[in-house]
Ligand binder design. Structure first.
Ligand code: HEM
Length: 420
């Protein structure tokens, strides 16, 4: 049996907060190994790297999600007892609900809503000196996602509610105020969305049958019972929150356009294939998901290493997106590289891996994310003209999750009219 290199430490949780995204890669390099053990949040964790490791981790016969998500992540980003925490039949049944929102026509409808809000916002921006694109994008995403999902929006609270979703997303890796803001936002959203679920069930609120709000309110678990109101609110938030999160990829796309102005010409050729490469490269290069986690459901041997039952395992998603063997010159922005990408479900994992959306925990919203990024990209390149004034465009790799520091301020905005 091969010995798994082991870090001598009492607990490395603080080091994660200090090293941020490169935490796992740094140690892989130190041990010159694609596997090592460390201690995090009071337990021994096996850390893995690489395509074969990803294929292993997404194999449901070896791994599951019992006791994987730390409390601080449940209290902010994910909530409790949502689809992310389920296994086997229960997971497949709940995941099918999410995948039913991902039909071509439903995604198309969401994209139309996004475009409508982008255009309305561009007209508003013309009257403003400068705007922070990340904040504006989070509102556009929030408005489109809510309308699409069948959740009414209070027009006087768009900023507040969009920010609450952002606070949930950015709360889990924070200490002190950032974490507490995330907890507060989750409690408030769950309360309000829970009310929406109850109003639909009591008949006080009439929403179209094909919306996520309706489908989740009336969804029956395998035991034939409706979901507990709190769980239903967690799931409806699981639809709206990650759409709001796409604001970060919009900000990163604007940053890529700014740093690589030659890309505008390539995009202007209007080839859909190129915009696909562009958004894939944004999802690869710019940091968002740091690690992925699962727990062994039985003991087994892999590549000569022993994995005991019940071990927490982390996969270095950020590291793998910057692996020079998979992505030559990994820190260069080169959308063309995707013309040769194999399409493997295990080597490009910005939103998780897995070869089947329905039975693995691969992100349910990957298609929406890609399409929403393409709509935003076309809007930014074809329909608006703007300048990017001096600002701090850096991205901290220490903060998890991260975003461009300035949020990408733009100024002198001109809306050129419908070009799409
Ligand atoms: C799961 C990232 C957008 C819905 C995940 C996972 C990641 C992720 C890393 C976990 C994979 C795993 O545990 O193995 C992202 C990122 C997004 C995004 C970075 C873009 C900013 C979306 C969108 C939706 C969505 C737009 C839906 C509207 C979900 C759901 C799960 C999930 C329901 C749980 C899947 C399961 O447990 O089976 N996402 N996601 N995500 N995502 Fe996304």
């Amino acid at each position: 049996m091969r010995k798994i290199p082991k870090e001598r430490t009492i607990d490395n949780t603080l080091a994660v907060l200090m090293d941020g995204y490169p935490f796992l890669t740094k140690r892989m390099e130190k041990f010159n190994s694609k596997i090592f053990k460390t201690r995090l949040l009071g337990e021994e964790v096996i850390c893995l790297y690489g395509k074969e490791a990803a294929a292993l981790m997404y194999d449901n016969s070896y791994f599951w999600r019992q006791n994987v998500i730390p409390k601080r992540v449940q209290n902010t980003l994910m909530g409790t007892n949502g689809v992310q925490m389920l296994d086997d039949e229960q997971h497949h049944h709940r995941k099918a609900l999410f995948m039913s929102f991902m039909s071509r026509d439903k995604i198309q409808r969401l994209m139309e809503l996004m475009l409508r809000y982008w255009r309305a916002y561009a007209q508003k921006w013309e009257k403003m000196e400068r705007v922070v694109l990340f904040d504006e994008a989070s509102e556009v995403m929030y408005l489109a996602a809510s309308e699409w999902a069948g959740v009414a929006v209070d027009p006087t609270k768009v900023r507040e509610h969009a920010q609450e979703y952002i606070n949930m997303i950015f709360g889990f890796g924070g200490v002190a105020m950032r974490y507490l803001r995330g907890v507060k936002a989750r409690n408030k959203r769950e309360q309000e969305i829970g009310q929406v679920i109850e109003n639909i069930r009591s008949g006080k609120l009439d929403v179209p049958k094909n919306t996520a709000a309706y489908q989740i309110a009336w969804f029956r678990d395998l035991d034939g019972e409706l979901l507990d109101t709190k769980i239903a609110s967690v799931e409806l938030i699981n639809v709206i929150r990650p759409i709001v999160a796409i604001a970060n990829y919009v900000a990163y796309s604007a940053l890529a356009l700014h740093e690589h102005p030659e890309q505008r010409n390539k995009l202007a050729s209007g080839e859909d294939k190129y915009s696909q490469y562009f958004v894939q490269e944004v999802r690869r290069l710019y940091p968002f998901t740091p690690f992925l986690g699962a727990r062994t459901r039985k003991g087994f041997e892999w590549n000569g290493y022993q994995f005991d039952e019940g071990k927490l395992v982390l996969l270095d998603a950020y590291g793998m997106l910057h692996d020079p063997e998979i992505w030559p010159e990994p820190y260069e922005f080169k959308p063309e590289r995707f013309s040769n990408w194999s399409g493997s479900p295990f080597d490009f994992i910005p939103q998780g891996g897995g070869d089947d959306f329905y039975t693995t925990h691969r992100c349910a919203g990957e298609w929406i994310t890609i399409e929403a990024m393409k709509v935003a990209l076309k809007f930014l390149t074809l329909e608006v003209q703007y300048e990017v004034p001096q600002q701090d465009l850096s991205i901290s790799l220490v903060q998890i999750p991260t975003k461009p520091k300035s949020g990408i301020e733009i100024s002198n905005i001109v809306y050129k009219g419908h070009g799409l």
